[in-house]
Design a protein around this ligand. Structure first.
Ligand code: CO8
Length: 263
């Protein structure tokens, strides 16, 4: 898909093997409304199925990753509207549908659904000044796209409970200290470059090994330790059937750079 096909996201290929999606609804601080989510899902699926892309960076502007679900769009909904149409279900496709690694580079506001979208990514990077929060309680609701579950797993119950009950925001610096962010950068520019660097590194590995690694780590979120370790071992065993296992290990022995078959 080319950029011209999207209205609310920009899709580029800034590095070899790396696709970047920038949320682009500047007038509303990238508030997540239905047409933006439709563009985002379409862009993600298109990059996920592209034979030349191996890793995806998801970012917003320096001012806002996303300031939440669109409050004006949500306000008039009834229970029947929300429940009947499975409101948000289609907005949460990222972790289940996308098999390639997604790295979020979070700058500016990441509030409500914006924070939840960032937490759906496989790796979360942010700048120290990023502004995270789950302010839904102030609107008379609660997080609806995984915030109560993913934030709690990432930073622990007491902290997540405090943040979700008070609606207070927290900084990118805090996100790093608590382990919600894998890395924290001084500036938005460095954050995006850092995410692109990591994505380019990942894109240089065997596509099969990268897919297996993501799948195995994600299983840790659903399975107990014993089933999780067994699951990992089965996938590990399976990789001995891939050409890239032979190529990678032979290249090490010969002190050469591996030339992967699956790239
Ligand atoms: N929805 C709709 N419009 C928004 C939103 C939003 N979430 N956030 C900002 N905007 C709009 C503003 O209305 C304003 O538009 P206009 O110029 O037409 O008045 C424009 O963006 C610029 O915003 P501000 O003038 O308010 O900019 P400030 O720099 O003064 O303030 C803030 C920035 C602090 C981010 C402020 O805009 C704000 O508090 N926004 C709302 C944040 C919020 O409460 N977010 C949570 C929403 S609830 C939610 O996300 C539920 C999750 C459900 C699941 C979602 C799945 C993906």
């Amino acid at each position: 898909a080319t950029e011209a096909q999207y209205e609310f996201v920009k899709v580029t290929t800034p590095r070899p093997g790396v696709g970047m999606i920038e949320l682009h609804r500047p007038k509303a601080l990238n508030a997540l409304f239905t047409p933006l989510i439709a563009d985002l899902n379409r862009a993600l699926k298109s990059l996920d199925s592209s034979p030349t892309i191996n890793a995806i960076v998801l970012t917003g502007s320096h001012k806002a990753f996303a300031a939440g679900a669109d409050i004006k769009e949500m306000a008039p909904k009834s229970f029947a509207d929300a429940y009947g149409a499975d409101f948000i279900e289609s907005w949460s496709e990222l972790p289940n549908l996308i098999k390639k690694p997604v790295l979020a580079a979070v700058n500016g506001h990441a509030l409500g659904g914006g924070a939840e979208l960032a937490m759906m990514a496989d790796v979360l990077y942010c700048s120290a000044g990023a502004n995270f929060g789950q302010p839904e309680i102030k609107l008379g609701v609660i997080p609806g796209a995984g915030g109560s579950q993913r934030l709690t797993r990432a930073i622990g119950k007491s902290r997540a409970m405090e943040l979700i009950l008070t609606g207070r925001n927290f900084s990118g610096k805090e996100a790093g200290e608590w382990g919600l962010a894998a890395r924290v950068f001084e500036s938005p520019e460095e954050c995006v470059q850092g995410a692109l660097d990591a994505a380019e590194t990942i894109a240089g590995y065997s596509r099969i090994a990268v897919k297996a690694a993501k799948e195995a780590v994600n299983k840790s979120q659903d399975l107990g330790i014993r089933e999780g370790v067994e699951y990992e071992r089965r996938i590990f065993h399976g990789l001995f059937g891939s050409e890239d296992q032979k190529i990678g290990m032979k290249a090490f022995a010969e002190k050469k750079k591996p030339e992967w078959v699956h790239r």
